[in-house]
Design a protein around this ligand. Structure first.
Ligand code: O7M
Length: 214
């Protein structure tokens, strides 16, 4: 995955035509595309294959099952051309390890979630989830741009693994805060795809990221 704008587009649109329109507008300004259930259910799994020809695709199914089912899901996602997948860690180390094995390490594990409810159940165990991700050999973790101080805390646990960080824009987090706290990439959805001008929205975010790296 390239590390240029440090923006991962969360492409949570619900039609193939919207997906194509947004990707065409921002493809030079994002490093990867994250595809979640809304688009997969609306456009069919083949959308992953189509998008993977344009950019690295991270399949965000937030996989959370027993090891065998996790393995089967990851194998299907990788066969469609995904570069990486996202799983939950609360299912335990055997389930996460099954994802890591099936994706040859290309797994991001969700830790503390970015929305208010993320404080209820994920926040209290986020440090342990991060440690589990590290022990399982995952590529990185997902950590909240809405609470940049938590990105810094989790960075101390995982060392040089990657942090991808949602919650910028629509959820109130700031790109610069997340990057300064130690995120490698920000994940941005609505602030780009709901913008009347997705290209300039992505450009502005990329400029903010660049500034915060100075
Ligand atoms: O920028 P938004 O708020 O429109 O979209 C954020 C995206 O990040 C959306 O696809 C969410 O599913 C995802 N996300 C969160 O918002 N919070 C989390 O804690 C975790 C994720 C995520 O990407 O997990 C992998």
């Amino acid at each position: 995955m390239q590390k240029s704008s440090r923006i991962i587009l969360a492409l949570d649109v619900t039609s193939r035509s919207d997906a194509r329109r947004v990707v065409e507008a921002v493809r030079d300004h994002v490093d990867a595309i994250k595809v979640n259930w809304p688009l997969i259910l609306a456009a069919g799994p083949e959308i992953v294959r189509e998008l993977s020809k344009v950019k690295d695709v991270i399949c965000d199914m937030k996989i959370a099952d027993i090891p065998n089912t996790n393995r089967l899901i990851v194998e299907q996602a990788m066969a469609l051309g995904a570069s990486a997948v996202i799983c939950h860690g609360f299912t335990g180390d055997d389930s996460v390890k099954a994802c890591v094995d099936a994706a040859k390490g290309q797994v991001f594990v969700v830790t503390e979630m970015s929305h208010p409810g993320g404080r209820q159940f994920t926040a209290p165990v986020a440090d342990r989830l991060a440690a589990l991700a590290k022990a399982a050999g995952a590529r990185g973790i997902v950590a909240p741009a809405t609470r940049p101080e938590r990105i810094a805390d989790l960075r101390r646990i995982i060392g040089d693994m990657e942090i991808i960080s949602p919650g910028v824009g629509a959820q109130g987090g700031r790109a610069s805060d997340a990057i300064r706290a130690g995120a490698d990439y920000i994940i941005v959805g609505r602030a780009i795809y709901e913008s009347p001008d997705p290209k300039s929205a992505a450009e502005k975010l990329a400029a903010e990221v660049k500034d915060s790296l100075r």
